[in-house]
Design a protein around this ligand. Structure first.
Ligand code: ADP
Ligand code: MG
Length: 786
């Protein structure tokens, strides 16, 4: 790669030449643009951008632009502005150049299909299964958090429980078998700053990589014993192999993955996408300057592979701004046209009374209010697109069932779509309970049904012989022709793809979306924009709040003694163990071991196991037999679905609670307390820092999803390296509504400014912005889709 000085030099020479001889413009300009496509393209995207279209400019324009470009380069050479492509700023001694070679493939357009990217064997299938179809999807598939894996020279100043990375040479190694089926591998590393001992628990296969003299880099949690510190290793890589790593020795991103897709794979794919990506920016430079935004190329590089905290925060600022900008642009562009013709229902008050009369309970005040909002909109011509938000168990489904009943009474069909088969079955059971006594014909349509049964159900739907259909995506994907769809209810909408939705919504039914994600009201309006909002902010009476207790690892025996007490009383319990992101085999191992360990500890309990490597049908089977009380205790990795309802389960034990996010813990806890029985949640924490403990105490202290979400926000310090919090809103991957008021304001200001000059985004310079907006709208706009 040429140095900055060399480039500046090469830039200056044609410049002087050209300015003297105007007639040579084309030739020299071609030379410059050649440079921009060649050696300048990659290391200096800003410069390339500044000089784009050079050939068509007048001499003074060129002079000015070149002046600016030189200035930028000079600033870089002096180290003022960080380079977009600075790989890292960590001391050299601790780092090896471990970046794998860029794929041979050339640059790709932003909308290139993912198969054009070299993502390794099976890579294409994996990426598509995550919903990533174009190069841009992959570039914008941001890590949900980042981990600092830059190597430390020693563990001297590291707190207990903190996750750190060290790098060194193995000087000795030792294997112990303290118990049958338990092996502990210990290795001592010479790091240059001292010696560090690292341990591997039950991973005997690691021995191979730990021969003396091997150069390794290890990430793990720190355990202190008096004055010495050890590392409980979680991730190891060799520094001797030819092929380097994107997963260590740097700040690494951690992506949302699923079974069979590793973090390493995703990092490599992101890396290759960045290599192949065009470096243009959809936001023209003068606006970036005005709003202090880093170029897109720097931001994308920085979100996936930040050189340092500075680049990461620049990246987050830029990409977050963009999310709001597109959101605001879309809302402004839609304007009044958003009101679409929908179904018009009678929604007779007698029918509401009849529905409620058939319930074993009365609606709460909040349910009644929300139902009123829904009914009013159902009666109007306008198409309903309403978000019903409420904590788990607040009674959203009961309200939705009533709305479906009203639609059926008006002669329409209704649909209820759930994100998983387990949930679809559960909704089906509930709707049957609510509606069959009222002579409503409810049908189920899920992927697990036999082809014949599906066909049969589809036929009956088409003929109008079924009033309400509950199902998963299969409902929409597999060729359902509705007779007369009037109302569609979507549970946990963010898991649905746009195309699936579009198909269901082709006949313009009214739409209700149910979500348990707590978002403060004012912000929800900004986020959803095109959805009206109804909030069920009250739990049904007679619920005894779940009692939550945070305990340290050392008290596990007592905790499980308590669990056994509940089982003896005829209750059931869940035990959830944390996902180990780096290694799904380890995750399975951990769950299996935990189940075995519990079987030894609680010989009387009947124990079942649920994990992510099971097929959907196997998971369903296990859940069904747990619901039948065929066994007492369900050990599970985090695959238990949000919303699964087993009223007899009264205890939720969460192992390694420190590894979960608060909202995840809150959702998991919501699995118990589904009936009238007093329920309990036990959080067992391994090693944790003070901060982590403080965080977990929030869950202990509150059962209110809104309170938890807010407290979680307040606790997060600005200095923390941490990526995105999942807002639960599909289009805001980085946006953090509760804290972004200022960014939202700025983005809105720019959006207004852009549209006031060019209300339809027709200017050639804005074509990329426009196509990006269209593309993102696919994943956002509700009304547009409907
Ligand atoms: P959500 O969909 O918000 O999680 P559900 O509608 O599934 O909540 O309700 C959770 C449980 O509470 C169900 O067992 C339901 O029958 C019950 N339930 C709903 N509304 C009430 C109410 N007003 N009073 C008592 N129980 C209720
Ligand atoms: Mg629900």
């Amino acid at each position: 790669m040429p140095t900055v000085a060399e480039l500046a030099d090469r830039l200056t020479k044609p410049l002087t030449l050209e300015l003297k001889s105007g007639c040579q413009n084309r030739v020299v300009a071609g030379g410059l643009e050649g440079l921009l496509r060649g050696p300048l393209a990659n290391p200096f995207p800003q410069v390339r951008e500044m000089l784009e279209g050079y050939a068509g400019w007048s001499v003074p324009e060129r002079e000015q632009a070149l002046g600016r470009a030189l200035e930028a380069l000079a600033a870089k050479a002096a180290g003022k502005a960080p380079s977009a492509q600075t790989r890292r700023s960590v001391p050299k001694a601790t780092i090896k150049e471990t970046v794998p070679p860029a794929p041979a493939g050339a640059q790709l357009p932003i909308d290139a299909l993912i198969e054009r990217l070299d993502s390794g064997r099976g890579g294409e299938r994996k990426l598509k299964s995550l919903g990533l179809h174009q190069l841009r999807d992959l570039l914008h598939y941001y890590p949900h958090r980042h981990e600092d894996r830059r190597a430390l020279p020693s563990l001297d100043h590291v707190e207990e429980g903190q996750k750190v990375t060290v790098q060194g040479v193995v000087v000795s190694r030792f294997k112990r078998t303290p118990k049958p089926r338990m092996t502990i591998l210990e290795a001592t590393l010479e790091t240059g700053g001292g010696r560090v001992k690292a341990t591997w628990f039950n991973q005997p296969w690691m021995e191979r990589q730990l021969r003396e003299g091997a150069r390794v880099i290890v990430t793990g949690r720190v355990k202190r014993f008096g004055r010495t510190a050890q590392l409980a290793a979680e991730h190891l890589e060799s520094l001797d192999s030819a092929e380097g790593s994107l997963s260590t020795g740097r700040i690494v991103g951690v992506y949302d993955a699923k079974e069979g897709i590793s973090q390493e794979f995703l990092r490599r794919a992101a890396w290759r996408a960045l290599q192949a990506a065009p470096l243009d920016d959809y936001l023209p430079a003068h606006w970036r300057r005005e709003y202090g935004l880093t170029p897109l190329a720097d931001a994308l590089q920085g979100i996936h592979f930040p050189a340092d905290e500075g680049q990461l925060s620049r990246a987050m600022a830029r990409l977050r701004f963009d999310e709001y900008l597109f959101l605001e642009l879309r809302m402004l562009l839609q304007g009044e046209e958003a009101v679409l013709q929908g179904k018009r229902f009678e929604a007779h008050p007698e029918d509401i009374d009849r529905f409620e009369g058939n319930l074993p309970f009365n609606f709460t005040g909040a349910q009644r209010r929300v139902l009123g909002e829904i009914v009013e909109e159902m009666r109007s011509d306008r198409q309903m697109a309403r978000l019903v938000q409420g904590d788990v168990g607040s009674g959203k489904t009961a309200v939705a069932a009533c709305a479906l009943y009203l639609a059926v009474r008006d002669g329409y069909q209704g649909a209820l779509m759930a994100p998983t088969e387990i949930l679809a079955r559960q909704h089906y059971a509930n709707l049957c309970k609510y509606l069959e006594p009222l002579d409503v014909r409810v049908g189920l349509l899920i992927g697990a049904m036999t082809p014949k049964a599906k066909l049969d159900m589809q036929g009956r739907i088409a003929l109008g012989e079924v009033d309400i259909v509950v199902g998963t995506q299969a409902l929409i994907q597999e060729n359902v022709q509705w007779d007369n769809l009037g109302l569609a209810v979507i549970d946990e909408e963010h898991r649905f793809g746009v195309m699936q939705r579009r198909k269901l919504l082709a006949s313009r039914p009214d739409v209700l979306v149910m979500s348990a994600t707590p978002i403060p009201r004012s912000l929800a309006l900004t986020a959803y924009g095109d959805l009206e909002l109804s909030v069920i902010d009250e739990l049904p009476p007679g619920r005894t709040p779940i009692e939550t207790k945070l305990i340290q690892d050392g008290y596990r025996a007592q905790a499980y003694g308590f669990v056994m007490g509940q089982i003896r009383q005829g209750r059931q319990a869940y035990v959830v163990t944390a996902l180990i992101e780096e290694n799904e085999n380890l995750e399975l191992l951990a769950a299996t071991e935990l189940a075995e360990n519990l079987a030894e500890m609680l010989p009387e309990a009947r124990i079942g196991l649920l994990h992510g490597k099971m097929t959907a049908a196997e998971k369903d089977d296990i859940m069904a037999s747990f619901r039948r009380h065929d066994f007492d205790l369900l050990v599970s990795t985090t695959v238990i679905e949000v919303g699964v309802d087993v009223p007899n389960a009264t205890v939720m034990v969460i192992e390694n609670a420190e590894r979960f996010g608060l909202s995840q813990l809150h959702q998991l806890r919501g699995r118990v307390g589904r009936g009238s029985l007093q329920s309990y949640c036990v959080l067992i924490a391994g090693e944790m820092s003070k901060k982590t403990e403080q965080r977990l105490r929030i869950i202990e202290g509150s059962t209110d999803g809104f309170v938890i979400a807010e407290a979680d926000l307040k606790l997060r310090g600005p200095g923390e390296i941490r990526g995105t919090r999942q807002s639960g809103i599909p289009d805001l991957r980085l946006g953090d509504l509760a804290n972004d008021a200022e960014v939202i304001e700025q983005a809105r200001q720019l959006a207004k400014h852009i549209l006031s000059n060019d209300p339809r985004l027709e200017h050639p310079r804005l074509q990329y912005l426009r196509s990006e907006l269209q593309n993102r709208s696919q994943s956002v706009a509700f009304r547009e889709v409907i």
